[in-house]
Design a protein around this ligand. Structure first.
Ligand code: ZN
Length: 231
């Protein structure tokens, strides 16, 4: 039996990764992290997104339990726009102020420790090098190095799966369509939240969000490219 653990935040990317995993593995569990995010709205949509995807893909008992890990320590030591009330802007070193140093490294380490206990070999994460904000911990080389480190340090053969690594945001929508048709696209569009400001009130044709932050910009552009490729 193949078992996978999906890093699942409730955003577009991790929702697509969950669908991708349910399409491939016999048993899939999810893990989310509470690290003192400024806006907890993304955490609040997780259950609805998870249930909706399981429903659309008729996953039945292939979708296992959800784990929520408290990583408040990361929020305590981070001074970033995702963990403090500061402006989202480009820093002098070319990285956005939303970069939380160490975040993905810590997420992957805890995910692997959990996967170790749960007997899951495949760890799925929605990191992406193509259409992203230049986060160094989302790079393919970083993930490959983490895979080596985790396997050496835990004496396992984990596979860190990154199905979105080389996709544009438009191609991520296409992947959702290929896996679950228009029902999955609609679910991802309606229920997932990618906005850095956690705006669940404002609705657009590409989903909910403030419409102004870099995450909303990416989502709007990707969705519009996807729609124009459809027509
Ligand atoms: Zn936004």
């Amino acid at each position: 039996m193949s078992e996978a653990l999906v890093l699942f935040s409730g955003g577009q990317d991790s929702a697509t990764c969950l669908a991708w995993a349910l399409d491939r593995f016999d048993r899939v569990e999810t893990v989310g992290f509470d690290y003192g995010q400024r806006h907890r709205a993304e955490l609040d949509v997780r259950d609805a997104v998870r249930d909706g995807i399981a429903d659309v893909l008729k996953a039945g008992d292939r979708l296992g339990i959800d784990h929520m890990l408290d990583l408040g320590l990361l929020g305590q030591i981070s001074e970033t726009s995702l963990t403090r009330e500061t402006e989202i802007a480009m820093r002098d070193d070319g990285l956005p102020s939303t970069f939380v140093p160490g975040r993905n490294l810590i997420f992957l380490t805890f995910a692997a420790a959990l996967a170790y206990r749960r007997g899951a070999r495949h760890i799925v994460t929605g990191v992406c090098e193509t259409d992203y904000s230049g986060y160094p911990d989302c790079r393919d080389d970083t993930i490959k190095a983490m895979q080596v480190a985790l396997n050496l340090g835990m004496e396992r053969r984990f596979v860190l799966e990154t199905p979105l690594m080389w996709l544009t945001k438009a191609a991520t929508w296409q992947m959702a369509e290929a896996i679950g048709g228009s029902a999955l696209v609609e679910l991802v569009r309606e229920r997932t939240l990618s906005c850095y400001l956690g705006d669940t009130e404002t609705r657009h044709d590409w989903g909910m969000g403030c419409g102004d932050c870099p995450a909303c910009d990416l989502r709007r552009t990707g969705y519009s490219e996807y729609r124009s490729a459809c027509s």
